[in-house]
Design a protein around this ligand. Sequence first.
Ligand code: ADE
Ligand code: ZN
Length: 320
Amino acid sequence: MRDLKKIELHLHLEGAAPAAFIRGLASEQKVSLDGVFDEAGHYAYDDFPGFLRTYEAATSVLRSPEHYARLTREVLEQSAAHGVIYTEAFISPDFCGGGDVSAWRDYLAAMQETALEARTEFGIEMRGIVTCIRHFGPDRAKAVARCAAETAGSFITGFGMGGDESIGTARDYAWAFDCAREAQLELTSHAGEWSAPDTIRAAWQDLGLARIGHGVRAVEDPCLCEDLAEAGVVLEVCPGSNVALGIYRNVDAHPIEKLRERGVKVTVSTDDPPFFHTTMTAEYEALDRTFGWGVEGLMAQARVAAEAAFCDPETKARLL
Ligand code: ADE
Ligand code: ZN
């Protein structure tokens, strides 16, 4: 399973920072990150709001382009060790210069340079999806969209939104997504991880998405599943994340198989692997064990991911 060539479409760069890496940065800066780690040194949280708090506290020690270069290298090396040959990382300008375009450019240059080195060294290709954070509100989302639009190109190929889905409506963020679309960026947003199926339809239609982050609660609405299947909308499904955060009891109870059976295009990702004690290999093993996907089923899913990747046609052709 580890050696199968994998494509990951949903990975938060900051959320992929190993706990030891963040502890190292904290000690270099002589700051104490109270409540961020448990006794075993893993990230600590009790529920989704707690997860978001820990996540944001951990990112507070990522303070310079050089920190992001080190993070990018660490994450790409880890992903490549699990057979990932192509990854799309969500990157948040809110944490890289606070939404200021010129600071963002410096952070981005550091990440892009590291990604090029990693391609040669570890054989992994990376693209960046600039991501706003829903609970930071629509104004900050606009600033993030401007960062995305200013730097759209061969490396920054997408725009997305993560964070707390209970805040506002999709329409509140439409300006940001319109701005990104005008800059030729491809679009995805977290929806239907926590919120009801109607919010998936709202995000998909009001924001004009090609892909949806999670979207698993679509399973509760057969009509929505039919529409998503017919439109070819791709779900970035992260089973280990959903189980770790308590949305589903275990992988057996996870709807990925039901969604696939209904013809919805599903792909597999890790979201924030160290937070959820997962890897792409572990996700593959769990799906094979639970639903009997086998190498064939897993490869079929990887082809869906390759087709849905936010990259140029030549790169895509190499992945297929
Ligand atoms: N940011 C990082 N991980 C996330 C998740 N699972 N849901 C929403 N926002 C996130
Ligand atoms: Zn996510």
